[in-house]
Design a protein around this ligand. Structure first.
Ligand code: GDP
Ligand code: MG
Length: 457
């Protein structure tokens, strides 16, 4: 039991890449589920975490390498809604992810969003593997369900191989233009200098065994120190969600340490730190994603690395994307409360508001950052006078209504991926505040632009 000797935790892996490159589908394929078709506009806007136990990975990779040594308990994969969330998934200043999969559509090559992802990865110094996805779309590709890529490639005609090689070399050139060396993974002799490319199909599963094995083997080989389990709790809030029968819960990623039922914890909200006690620690069944509905497993304690749903009192205003702290018997509570607020304070300080502008409300600190960034850089600039996180309440409508006297068309709330309470909606109707709701940023823009145009006429 080498994993016990070395005491490694599961690596945490992010999936990044251009919209529609197949991030969700790739995870679906590994899991054998179908989350992708249930998403808003097919676009992932929230974060999920899936735990793949080592046994499962062994099963999937048997045909590729039956005697592969897996020294980690499993792999925890986070399906981010895109670069915005990755930016927010920081853990005490560095990235939460140990390793990333950068998905590139073989038919499209690198796109603007791929390059953005690449820059984030560089900035955080996160190692990644390129999944060159959709190989099944090569003309006359012969399917080899879930086969290792070399085996699948051997089955292809010369024409398919030629097209593949041509597209591959284009992608390698595009990476080079970004200052990144890449190479097909089985040809890659120097994984320190050159990033590996694994051709995959998320539809028929070719190359998935290669991707899984490479992820695990590369991380356990080169990140021993980072992956050595530590007792100090390191935990990030991914999502805040109301669950029937449980009230407001938080989905977290526990990177290190152990959480127990009854632990006193501190998380942060706009109003200040929240001090509460863990009522229940829930995990989905292995292989099922945290956000898929179903029965949960209850635990007395959970050891890292894991995705966990926590139920506790008073979590309503927790800000997603921030750190969770555990108060130990000898800890100074005030010190921990200050630490919990630090991250949020720094993000909020960066946000620029003006006297005349719309009110913006979003679900997480990350989505708020992303939304504001888009508002700032869009062709039609939309000034912001106020911001909020979480559901839209009456108080938010009241704040937005201040614009009725200053600049009438800005008496509006742009609500991204959040609920609007019925009282808030009612009050907005009475006061003349317009609320725009969407769970895709671009839809929110379109609605607002149409409204502003109407206003001018
Ligand atoms: P995401 O935006 O990166 O999460 O992309 P999705 O997983 O939602 O996939 C976008 C579209 O591409 C969907 O219609 C998928 O069915 C399709 N798709 C994803 N992966 C593959 C693949 O390997 N082969 C083919 N042919 N289609 C794919
Ligand atoms: Mg997706």
């Amino acid at each position: 039991h080498s994993q016990v000797e070395k005491n490694l935790r599961s690596p945490i892996c992010c999936i990044m890449g251009h919209v529609d490159s197949g991030k969700t589908k790739l995870l679906d394929c590994v899991r054998g589920t179908n989350v992708q078709e249930g998403e808003a506009g097919g676009i992932t806007q929230q974060i999920g975490a899936t735990y793949f136990p080592a046994d499962n990975i062994r099963d999937r990779t048997r045909e590729l390498k039956s005697d592969a040594k897996l020294n980690v308990p499993g792999l925890l994969v986070i399906d981010t809604p895109g670069h915005e969330s990755f930016a927010n998934l920081r853990s005490r200043g560095s990235s939460l992810c140990d390793i990333a999969i950068l998905v590139v559509d073989i038919m499209e090559g690198l796109k603007a969003q791929t390059i953005e992802s690449l820059n984030l990865l560089k900035m955080r110094n996160t190692k990644f593997i390129v999944a060159l996805n959709k190989v099944d779309r090569l003309y006359r590709w012969k399917r080899c369900q879930n086969a290792p890529i070399a085996k699948a490639m051997n089955k292809q005609s010369k024409d398919v191989k030629d097209e593949f090689n041509w597209r591959l070399s284009q992608v390698i050139t595009q990476f080079k233009e970004q200052g990144i060396n890449t190479e097909l993974y089985h040809r890659n002799r120097d994984m320190q200098e050159t990033f590996s490319i694994v051709p995959t199909s998320a539809i028929s599963g070719e190359g998935i065994p290669d991707l899984l094995l490479l992820l695990v083997q590369w991380s356990q080989k080169t990140m021993v120190e980072k992956l050595t389990y530590r007792n100090t709790v390191q935990c990030t809030v991914l999502e805040v969600k109301v669950v029937e029968g449980h009230g407001t819960t938080i989905d977290v990623v526990l990177v290190n340490g152990v959480l127990h039922e009854g632990d006193q914890i501190v998380v942060c909200s706009i109003q200040g730190p929240i001090v509460t006690c863990i009522r229940a620690l829930l995990t989905p069944h292995p292989m099922k994603e945290l956000r898929v509905k179903g029965t949960y497993l209850h635990h007395k304690e959970v050891k890292a690395a894991q995705g966990i749903k926590i139920t506790a009192q008073g979590l309503e205003h927790t800000i997603a994307g921030t750190e969770l702290y555990v108060v130990g018997p000898n800890d100074d509570l005030q010190y921990i409360k200050d630490a919990a607020m630090e991250d949020t304070r720094s993000v909020m300080n960066k946000i620029q508001t003006t006297e005349k502008g719309v009110y913006v409300q979003a679900s997480t600190l990350g989505s708020l950052e992303a939304l504001l960034e888009c508002l700032n850089t869009s062709v039609v600039k939309i000034p912001v006078s106020g911001i909020g996180l979480g559901p839209v309440y009456k108080k938010d409508v009241i704040k937005a209504s201040a614009m009725l006297e200053k600049k009438k068309e800005y008496a509006a709330i742009l609500a991204f991926d959040v609920r609007v309470t019925s009282e808030a909606r009612e009050l907005a109707g009475e006061l003349g505040v317009t609320i725009f709701c969407a769970d895709i940023i671009y839809h929110l823009f379109d609605q607002f632009k149409a409204y502003i145009n109407d206003f001018k006429e």
